[in-house]
Design a protein around this ligand. Structure first.
Ligand code: GDP
Length: 759
């Protein structure tokens, strides 16, 4: 009677609770009504989102570092090993794989127990809906996984087909009594709308299994469906004790997973409500279960184990929750006395389970991801650190080389400048020396010209035609002999001096050229240099006009020429106005000075010639005057002597005499002409030497210029390389720091989600 009254009061409180009139009593706090279920489960969701974000950042980071490594390797710097590119590709693949696993990661709870212990009912009660088929007998025939979906309606997926099926077909497919039987280790997936179930929304996946007492193939089950489960719930029948099959199952699980999270639900506890010694039975179940976890499986300590065993009635909880959600009162026939306590127990189990599964799932699912992420980041950091330090090292070396090259270039430029002015002086003095030498040699030759002409032994003939050929040959002979003599006097001496100067140039250049270019100096071809004197006698003496007609030495013209010079005589003879009308000009300094007496005689002769050339009358007058003055005898003797002298001279005017006269005239003429070109010839020769030396110096300097250009080019290349290396080191540093930042992110994830204890 008292039992009935007590149940009536429980019903009243339950009704108040269901109608939302609860006054904050323990029932409201403890019974998970679906609104506070997410609090612990959200921990997993938060962790999943956080680690997903970190891995998304890692993916971008690896893309960036991969591109950096490829670019750095492409630039040809030996900063990173060629294999680093492959290593980076490996990291990219790994992170991609982790991201894929992360997207699939969820909290998985697997329900096990003997047939009809109420596994499906427990799941339904937790989901607050009759999703899974349940009933008496061997009800669930295969594995059924219930997971959330964002779709509005639930669907069923089988392993055999991608075609979604309606949820109503679950009874047919999964029920043991169904005509269409699936294999025991087949998985059916129910995708239930998240909007209808908070637990599923938080990423919890429920797996219902066929009874462990009906299948011999438990190992395959465990391998296929249990290895990734975060929590195992053994739904036991409180009416009987823990069976060996159930213990065996957990021994197998424990052998595969080091410390599985196991909960035991002593279901159907409502049936015990009628019993007298219910507390005794409960204690016995409790101690045996704890003994099993602590002593046999060794997965929990005693205190922990006490929170893993719950005495519940899934049927009552389900019924109550269904009515509660519909807002209808639970029919009294379903609930047994003390149902409130069993529902508290169920809610306590759920709270404990949520805490355990979220913590465990975060650890099992994300800890290894975080560790792998940290290891990848650490490896990449090391690569970036290596790239940074190596690029700095190479850059410093390049800077050193650049400095050395710049110094060498500066040294070369300055030395070349000094050498150029030194060489200019050398060339100038050499040129002056050559000029002096050639000038002196040519003057000597001019002085010796008569001897040279004398050597010309070609037969002379005064016939104009023959004489023209004679002259031509004489020009050629004089020119050739002069050039030969000049060459003998100057060429070898100048050549020796040239060699000395050229060796000096080579030595000086060798002293300033870099080692690798020195050999090039010896490769500069030596040119045969000979001075060309260019004494063109033929043109020079083209105007030479010989005078080889007989001239009596005491003839009037000769006398005139003797005393007046050729010009004065001509003037007197041809009667130019100046010669007649004016007194005869005194002879110039260059001619031999005339004595006083000579001047008087010249004056007389001038008058005489002037008169005689005008008329015969003049001759007669002179004759008259002479006769009158000296007498006829003297005149006769003088005339005889004069005649004899004339005769003598006329007879000795032979070809030989003509040749002598010709050569003498030629020597005088050629000497005067050659004297005119002494300066020209010497400066021409010195110019040739100057040209030769300048061109030798230019050739040698070319090697220095090549060296300078090479150094400039090297400096330019080094500058480019240094700029690139600076970019590489800056980028490597940034990426290394980014690795540190990602490591910090992972560490904060670890401390926030993996080391934190859930309250
Ligand atoms: P499963 O085979 O382990 O999935 O068991 P089911 O969930 O299908 O349940 C088998 C039978 O036991 C069903 O008829 C349920 O109504 C019943 N049942 C489940 N839980 C309880 C409970 O807590 N108390 C009672 N009295 N019956 C229950």
């Amino acid at each position: 009677m008292s039992g009935l009254l007590h149940r009536a009061s429980e019903m009243e409180e339950l009704d108040r609770y269901q109608r939302g009139q609860g006054d904050g009593t323990s029932m409201e706090r403890n019974m998970g009504n679906g609104h506070n279920q997410g609090s612990h489960l959200q921990f997993f969701g938060q962790a999943k989102k956080r680690i997903n974000d970190i891995f998304t950042e890692m993916t971008e980071y690896i893309e960036e570092t991969g591109a950096f490594v490829t670019e750095t390797n492409a630039n040809g710097h030996s900063i990173l090993e060629k294999e680093t590119q492959d290593t980076m590709a490996g990291f990219k693949e790994k992170v991609h794989g982790i991201k894929e696993v992360l997207a699939r990661d969820h909290m998985k709870v697997a329900f096990f127990g003997r047939t009809s212990n109420g596994k499906s009912t427990v799941i339904n009660a937790m989901l607050r809906d009759k999703i899974l088929p349940s009933g008496i007998g061997h009800t669930t025939h295969c594995f059924i996984q219930v997971e959330g979906t964002d779709k509005a309606d639930g669907i069923l997926l089988t392993e055999e087909s991608d075609q979604p099926k309606s949820i109503s077909s679950i009874r047919q497919l999964a029920h043991n009594l169904s005509a269409v039987k699936l294999k025991e280790n087949t998985l059916l997936r129910i995708l239930w709308p998240n909007s209808k179930c908070q637990v599923l929304k938080e990423d919890v996946v429920f797996v219902d299994s066929p009874g462990i007492d009906v299948t011999p193939d438990i190992d395959t089950w465990i391998d296929k469906f249990c290895l990734d489960a975060d929590v195992f719930v053994l739904v036991a029948n409180a009416e009987s004790t823990l069976m060996q099959t159930e213990k065996n199952f957990f021994h197998k699980v424990s052998a595969r997973l080091s410390k599985p999270n196991i909960f035991v639900l002593q279901n159907r506890w409502d049936v015990s409500a009628m019993e007298e010694d219910v507390e005794e039975v409960r204690k016995q179940h409790m101690s045996r279960n704890i003994e099993f976890f602590v002593d046999e499986l060794k997965v929990l300590d005693r205190k922990e184990a006490e929170n893993r065993v719950y005495f519940v009635s899934a049927r009552e909880t389900l019924a109550c929750r269904l009515h509660q959600d519909k807002g209808t009162p639970t029919p009294t026939g379903i609930l047994q006395e003390g149902f409130q306590i069993r529902m508290f127990e169920f809610a306590n189990f759920e709270r404990e389970f949520q805490q355990c599964i979220s913590k465990s799932a975060v650890k099992t699912k994300f800890e290894q991801h975080a560790d792998r992420g940290k290891s990848i980041i650490s490896d990449i950091r090391q690569i970036m650190e290596e790239a940074y330090s190596k690029s700095i090292e190479i850059k410093d070396n390049q800077l050193l080389t650049r400095g050395e090259n710049a110094d060498r270039l500066d040294f070369l430029s300055k030395q070349l400048c000094l050498l150029t002015s030194e060489v200019k002086d050398k060339i100038k003095s050499m040129v002056e020396e050559v000029e002096r030498k050639v000038s002196s040699a040519l003057n000597d030759e001019i002085r010796r010209l008569s001897l040279l002409v004398e050597e010309f032994d070609r037969p002379f003939h005064h016939d104009p035609m023959m004489l023209a050929i004679y002259k031509k040959d004489l020009h050629r002979f004089v020119e050739a002999t002069l050039c030969r003599n000049m060459a003998c006097r100057c060429t070898s001496a100048i050549g020796r001096r040239l060699d000395v100067v050229q060796s000096f140039l080579e030595d000086r250049l060798l002293s300033i050229l870099p080692e690798e270019r020195k050999q090039q100096i010896f490769n500069v071809p030596k040119r045969d240099f000979e001075i060309a004197y260019r004494l063109d006698c033929r043109n020079l003496c083209a105007d030479f006009q010989e005078d080889i007609h007989f001239k009596f030495s005491l003839g009037p013209t000769a006398l005139m020429q003797r005393f007046l010079g050729a010009k004065g005589a001509r003037a007197a003879l041809f009667g130019t106005a100046g010669a007649l009308g004016q007194p005869i000009a005194p002879p110039s300094e260059s001619h031999s000075p005339l004595s006083q007496q000579d001047e008087i005689v010249a004056s007389l002769l001038s008058t005489f010639v002037s008169l005689s050339s005008r008329s015969t009358l003049g001759v007669v007058v002179i004759a008259g005057v002479g006769i009158k003055a000296a007498g006829w005898k003297v005149i006769g003797v003088t005339a005889a002597l004069y005649g004899l002298l004339y005769l003598y001279e006329r007879l000795t005017w032979t070809t030989k005499a003509r040749e002598r006269a010709f050569k003498q005239q030629y020597v005088e003429y050629a000497s005067s002409k050659l004297r005119l070109i002494v300066d020209l010839t010497s400066s021409n020769c010195s110019h040739q030497v100057q040209q030769e030396l300048s061109s030798t110096f230019a050739q040698l300097c070319h090697q220095a210029d090549v060296s300078k250009e090479q150094l400039k080019e090297e400096i330019k290349e080094l500058d480019n390389a240094i700029t690139k290396l600076k970019d590489v080191s800056a980028k490597a540093k940034t990426l290394r720091n980014k690795a540190d930042w990602l490591d910090t992110e992972l560490n904060s994830f670890v401390s926030k989600f993996l080391k934190q204890t859930l309250l």
